[in-house]
Design a protein around this ligand. Sequence first.
Ligand code: 16G
Length: 232
Amino acid sequence: MSKSDGLRRHLTGLLVSELAPHERLPPERVLAEEFAVSRLTVRRVIDELEREGRVYRVQGSGTFVSEPRIRKSVELTSFSEDMRSRGLRPGSLEVSCERVPAGAGVGYALGLSPSAEVLHIRRVRTADDEPMCLEHSYLPAELLPGGLEPEELHGSLYEVLAARHGLTLHRAEQTIKATVLDPDDARALGAPPFSPAFLVQRTGYDVRGRAVERADSLYRGDRYSYRLTIYR
Ligand code: 16G
């Protein structure tokens, strides 16, 4: 391992476990001495960390730890986790589950042929008993050979998938679109027909890269906001 690799590893360790956001890194001169490298080498390593967004420099003051990039709001969380973190009790109403052919759209998203079977779960998701979201989830039937038991559909799907079926969501692709509620969806959500809503489409993958879920989540526009922290 070169000296600059050693320095990089040391600084990464400091960033991960010892320094809090906005704490100052040791001065370049001290790092150069400690690792027996030139100030230029220290600067290059810090430049790299800065490009990666892990540290920032303030002229005349030094180099500081950046805020972590992943915020709660953009983590891969479940409806139940989101609601609990807001102090609300998650629930589900009008739950149904059927085995159907994937069709072209869901099949494409899950990397399945249109005729492959999926489990289609429909749920009205509630927070403290108030409807917030209408959710259609599609799971490849081949990943759940025994299907899902009716009682498994009332709590958290992600918890059931992980605890009982060994399927853990690791990454997801998500798109958010503006839409209006058609009269049936509006009734399910207790909102006026044609009122505004967000349609969030998620395809979730496990660590092995297998598509585990395709979901269409329709959120009431008057009760929901999406918050993202964006970086440049
Ligand atoms: C979220 C997911 C949905 C998933 C559900 C699981 C979005 C847009 N959708 O609503 O894909 O099925 O969480 O929640 O985030 P659960 O574990 O509470 O059933």
